[in-house]
Write a protein that binds this ligand. Sequence first.
Ligand code: PNS
Length: 183
Amino acid sequence: MAKRKKGENETVGKVAIYPGSFDPITYGHIDIVERALEIFDKVIVAIAENEEKRPLFSVEERVQMVRAFFKDAPKVMVDSFKGLLVDYVAKTNAVVIVRGLRATSDFEYEFHMASMNRSLNTHVDTLFMMTSKDYFFVSSRTIKEVARLGGAVEGLVPDLVVRRLKEKFKLPVTKRKQMGWDD
Ligand code: PNS
């Protein structure tokens, strides 16, 4: 994690890449970004386009939501990428990938991914941070499911994301009233 010269993204200092689908961003993700900022000079939130995962939100929508949340955080850069993560990392001059670990169930997937990335580029390391206890049960997948079925996700995702989920799922007015979303 040596200090880097000005690179393509005009970044100086220790840069970490925080990659993911962010479909949508949750407070669990945000907690990881905030804690990574205590360690690194800059954190790049790198949103994978991965259309094969059939995301609920387009990459543009995901970038817009994350940018809106971090609009007052100059040390956070939000970007999207296509293709291999290690290629994106190489372009940004960062050498560390940050990932959050919620539970042992995340471990196998994360271990495979980190090992594959290191095999593709031996300069790329992955740093795991344990998700805060307040968000260990939060995932984008469950957020979408709960929102789709009319459950409340306030406090687990930013307000803008709550609104976007509401728009996506276009819940009937009666259900929205019941949830207090129209107040
Ligand atoms: O939030 P997610 O869906 O768990 O993030 C997974 C992500 C986007 C980090 C991963 O799928 C990825 O890095 N995709 C880019 C393609 C790639 O590099 N694949 C090889 C890594 S095993």
